[in-house]
Design a protein around this ligand. Sequence first.
Ligand SMILES: [Zn+2]
Length: 296
Amino acid sequence: MKKIIIIFVLVILLITGCSPKGKPNEIVGEKPIVYVSFYPLYFLVDEIGEDNIDLKMIIPNGVDSHDYEPSMKQLKAIEEADIFIYNGAGFENWTEKLVGTIIDEDKTLRASDYVKLIEINGTFDPHIWLNPENMNRVGEKIRDRLISLDKDNRDEYKRNFNELSNRLKALDNEFIDGLKDKEKDTILVSHSAFAYMAERYNFQQVSVAGISPEQEPSPRTIANIIEMVEKENYEYIFLETLANPKTVDIIAEETNLKTLLLNPLEGLTEEEQNNGEDYISIMEKNLINLKKALVE
Ligand SMILES: [Zn+2]
């Protein structure tokens, strides 16, 4: 796939001479075409833009977002969009070669530029969306960009953002309240997606896999975790919806831990979509399960 992307970049550069630069123009008479890479950004843009924009998502729901590679058709569509919004901080590796070459950097918004990044073992942790405060900050930038593309609907973008911002702040307060009487301070998770949530609400994560669910743990890591669980008083280990639960199952079985779901929101499952779940409703479910592991 990497080779295909490089060839694609070369072909586009040959055809266009060099991608045309310039500030994104205001669009008159048509809806702005907005592409986002994955679900949490889709949620923000959808809430703020509603019917005033034409919104598309690159990484389909139901797949592991970390390792997704877009198709040629999708790359072409991003190139033609009015704005492309992505997470950055290493989450979408494929953007690294494309932004600044075939995708005009002026037409992009990189969410991770607007929050304080956490570093884990020398690598930036991309999972910024699991802190509602970060979502609020990124939402504010999205609002401003939509206004600059489409001034006619300025008041609606502002109003929608204010409503969204209130919901995100209420969610943040639910977490602060719900976790203030913690009796434990560490959770066991399958991949280390929860550092931003843990920092905000003052707990620790111990993860079986690395920053990407594909980084399989060594037998030694598994043995260490099993030993740690036996020494300390853990009751639960968290599973995810989209990642392979094999290793977590092994540990749970070895140690008699109960499993609970903690959703890193890297994409919705078909079932979640059909049930009308969104970022807020899933985070509320996450809180219920976190309370089981940390408070009750
Ligand atoms: Zn992840």
